[in-house]
Write a protein that binds this ligand. Structure first.
Ligand SMILES: CC/C=C\C/C=C\CCC/C=C/CC(=O)SCCNC(=O)CCNC(=O)[C@H](O)C(C)(C)COP(=O)(O)OP(=O)(O)OC[C@H]1O[C@@H](n2cnc3c(N)ncnc32)[C@H](O)[C@@H]1OP(=O)(O)O
Length: 280
């Protein structure tokens, strides 16, 4: 259970430029939320070693962090990772391989919830992609309004490479950024883009060398909205994203997921993939 701890502290996060700003922290082991008092922007940092794979607990805490950002009326939110080379490895395969059925249901429902809150948020969002972002990691980054990434990393929806199918709302999220043709190719190939290629096609907005620069660029993006009336901005964003949001029929999607994941050939594929990751 996520219990936000709100305390005043000096920010160690953004280096010397921001170190004098007092921050409010609402943190757990898996997700750290820090609101800069000067900018009013919350940085939500995923912290699940070794690769921020999204298990039920991490998803629950992300969901609570998004609620806290909304409730605190933050000016915006930056999603980041505490890890040096991985933003998020996507869904935790162990949640889907030989799953406990009740937990599997909870897991998928919580993932839906996180996406609905992040993609559908009224506040501005940006992703500081300071590491690889395959599959579910790419979904989180794409659900934000702006993406800043370090060089020589990879990002994409690689599901077909694993023998599984990205749910239609993963597809709609990519389609909110890239032209349809590009999305179809990326999805059918299960393409992982380099940072540089992702920037060239517009999947990523800026490339920077360090995490600190990524956070600074995300901050600049969010500050673009400083003079735009908050409600008007929020309703415009939500209206623009409504079609994608409304297309998700949560019950039907859950049933389809449970059915497909439990298919013997999908279980076999997930098992082989998981083994190959371990042997790497
Ligand atoms: C027809 C049927 C259709 C559908 C039904 C089924 C499903 C529907 C749902 C579909 C949606 C899926 C979305 C997903 O997100 S699936 C997950 C996809 N993720 C990946 O493919 C990423 C895999 N990981 C990597 O590529 C690398 O780990 C990464 C580049 C992120 C980092 O590399 P690095 O070299 O730094 O670390 P590794 O040595 O590879 O890994 C360290 C340990 O972490 C474990 N690991 C990695 N990724 C995962 C993961 N996603 N889940 C669980 N565990 C993971 C890895 O095994 C290593 O473990 P140890 O060996 O140290 O024990």
């Amino acid at each position: 259970m996520f219990l936000p701890r709100i305390v005043k502290r000096m920010s160690p996060l953004l280096g010397s430029r921001m170190s004098l700003n007092a921050c409010r922290f609402a943190s757990t082991d898996l997700v750290r939320t820090e609101v800069d008092d000067k900018t009013g922007i919350a940085v939500v940092t995923m912290n699940r070693k070794p690769v921020n794979s999204l298990n039920l607990e991490l998803l629950r805490e992300l969901s609570s962090a998004l609620d806290a950002v909304e409730k605190n009326k933050s000016r915006g939110m930056i999603l980041a990772s505490s890890l040096d080379t991985v933003f998020s490895a996507g869904l935790d395969i162990t949640e889907m391989y030989k799953p406990d059925q009740a937990r599997l249901k909870d897991f998928w429902t919580t993932l839906q919830e996180v996406w609905l809150k992040l993609f559908g948020s009224g506040f501005p969002t940006a992703a500081a992609i300071n590491g690889h972002a395959p599959a579910g990691g790419c979904l989180l980054a794409m659900s934000c309004e702006y993406r800043v990434m370090r060089p020589n990393l990879t990002i994409g929806l690689n599901e077909t490479q694993l023998g599984i199918v990205a749910p239609s709302w993963f597809m709609s999220t990519m389609e909110n950024i890239l032209p349809r043709r590009e999305v179809e190719l990326a999805l059918t190939l299960g393409k992982m883009f380099s940072t540089e290629k992702a920037h060239e096609i517009g999947l990523v907005d800026e490339i920077v060398d360090t995490k600190e620069e990524a956070l600074a660029k995300c901050t600049e993006f969010i500050q673009l909205f400083a003079r735009v009336p908050r409600e008007a901005r929020a309703l415009t964003k939500q209206s623009f994203r409504r079609e994608a949001l409304q297309k998700l029929d949560r019950d039907q999607d859950l049933q389809m997921f449970i059915y497909l994941v439990n298919q013997p050939q999908v279980q076999k594929g997930l098992g082989l993939y998981f083994e190959s990751l371990k042997k790497k």
